[in-house]
Design a protein. Sequence first.
Length: 171
Amino acid sequence: MNSNNPTSFPERKRSRPATNQGMPHAQIGIRPIAAINDELFRRSFSLPMVQNRPTVISVPGARALWLDEGMPLAHPEVIARGREFAHIHPDGSLHLSLPPERAREAVEKGWAEPHPIASYIGIDGMVMLYTPLDQEELEVVFQLIVESYTFVTGNSFQPENALQQVRRSNP
């Protein structure tokens, strides 16, 4: 998978959760599954040059996927603030930016919805990915996180590489 030829992903089997369309943009009534959420965090913060920081843009308790200052950015215009290219909410959902066509596909297949302020701030690919509630959903959500990472940074990086890195750091 790369940003020019991303891997396809399936239709999401679960129905979309109810969401608050105001600010904060959040799911309603969804609680993360602890083991799946722990793995989401482990994978997300295993990406090269990504720090786990408090968010500078989201709700209290959300964790920013913050790119190191030394990481070059191919698309800094899709980062809403600082070097926080994504953040994970306490409920396990997350906001990130994808190439606009990929964001539309994620919405069409039931994995995401557009962020309500995306069009106002000019970030067409900014979406909320729904909380992964099982291993299959985690695989797709992580694939999309990696796609956001490669889009923002311009680095070619595969989800499998991140998983290998996680395994090496957590034998």
